[in-house]
Design a protein around this ligand. Structure first.
Ligand code: BGC
Length: 367
């Protein structure tokens, strides 16, 4: 079995772990076959579904065996899936974590078996057993979303005050704080000058968080905010970190009497270029922006990390000092996110082959 073969090669699992961690493989690397376990968080959002398939295709294209599993936002289920991949003898794990802090014990088992661990899109925290991180510039995502609000409200020219509400993602996802910080830092000077007001007073990550990035959770919070703080006021914009959340927000706004498509409908941001959100952007009937992250490139980066190690080299990284996981700065490869609106969605998303115009036109409604 793989584990004992590796033990033989390195003498002891402990030594294997230190030898392997973060520095590629040395002696014995010719033994690697590239067998990779891919643990994805959920099938409820389009991106993870296509990325699981893309990762498998790429790794299989290199001639490697793969196991793909979706944790469906259930932390225990994901932990079990990862443990069973370890038991199956994978040599690499690519993990899109559901909860950033609960994978320590299972990753310790992985390390003992000599497995190289790549945190995929979401950094895994509070464990020394993460070797690489493949993601996007997550802080920049929030910057782009806030800039869209600044542009659409004309904050450079108009003094407001404009009423803005803030949403952030799941608290157990490390990315949420980067998106939120990027957004808040970019809006900061307008908050200080009074050009932007947050009538609910909810400007911290915890009260603005959206459990499981869930649309319905966001819809409910938006409805409550409107109910409690917008009797006489009008809302002008919502900083939303993800398309699913944005659609929940838009639904609550419509229920409260804001008319999607009208000139004074609040500016709503998003992320992930999901087909249904692109449709709203195209038709002007909801959110007006999304942040496109070309996840095909991310899958390529992660698959190439595996290949570099199998080939006896070291993965390419372009960031060594931004992502501290509590134990170390994890060597990362970060890709650039792209701001997408009605002006450029065809060029960026359709022409690049990421989503077809037909998929946008036929995007099924949320259930
Ligand atoms: C990802 C986002 C995604 C969100 C919800 C985050 O970790 O970076 O792209 O919108 O999870 O799935």
């Amino acid at each position: 079995m793989h584990v004992s073969r590796r033990r033989l090669l390195y003498g002891s699992a402990g030594i294997a772990a230190t030898t392997l961690a973060g520095c590629g493989l040395g002696e014995g690397s010719e033994e690697l076959t590239g067998f990779t376990g891919i643990a994805m968080p959920t099938t409820t959002s389009d991106r993870w579904v296509s990325e699981g398939a893309e990762l498998e295709d790429r790794l299989k294209g290199f001639g490697y065996k793969t196991i793909l599993a979706y944790g469906e936002d259930d932390v225990e289920q994901q932990t079990e899936q990862i443990q069973s991949m370890v038991d199956e003898g994978v040599e690499f794990l690519i993990v899109g974590a559901i909860d950033n802090t609960s994978l320590g014990p299972v990753l310790a088992n992985a390390k003992n078996a000599g497995i190289t661990v790549i945190a995929y899109d979401r950094l895994i925290l509070e464990t020394p057993d993460v070797d690489y991180y493949a993601s996007f510039d997550n802080y920049e995502v929030g910057v782009l979303q806030a800039r869209h609000i600044i542009d659409r409200l004309g904050l450079e020219e108009r003094s407001g005050p404009f009423n803005v509400e803030l949403f952030s993602g799941a608290l157990d996802d490390n990315n949420s704080q980067y998106f939120f910080m990027g957004g808040l830092d970019t809006l900061e000077s307008y908050l200080y000058s009074g050009a932007v007001a947050v009538p609910s007073g909810q400007t911290e990550q915890v009260p603005t968080a959206t459990a499981r990035w869930d649309r319905e959770v966001a819809r409910e919070r938006m409805a409550e905010l409107l109910d409690e703080h917008y009797g006489e006021r009008r809302l002008h914009a919502v900083l939303s970190p993800y398309d699913g959340i944005s659609r929940g927000v838009v639904e609550a706004l419509a229920d409260a009497g804001y008319e999607p498509g009208s000139d004074d409908f609040p500016v709503v941001t998003g992320q992930d270029a999901e087909p249904l959100s692109l449709k709203a952007i195209q038709e002007g009937t909801g959110q007006s922006e999304t942040v496109f992250k070309d996840t095909r490139q991310l899958a390529e980066v992660a698959a190439n990390m595996v290949k570099s190690i199998v080939d006896g080299g070291t993965p390419d990284v372009n960031d060594l000092g931004s992502y501290d996981n509590g134990f170390k700065f994890v060597p990362a490869y970060l890709l650039p996110p792209i701001d997408v609106t009605v002006e450029n969605y065809v060029e960026e998303v359709v022409d690049s082959g990421y989503v077809s115009q037909g998929t946008i036109d036929d995007a099924p409604e949320d259930d």
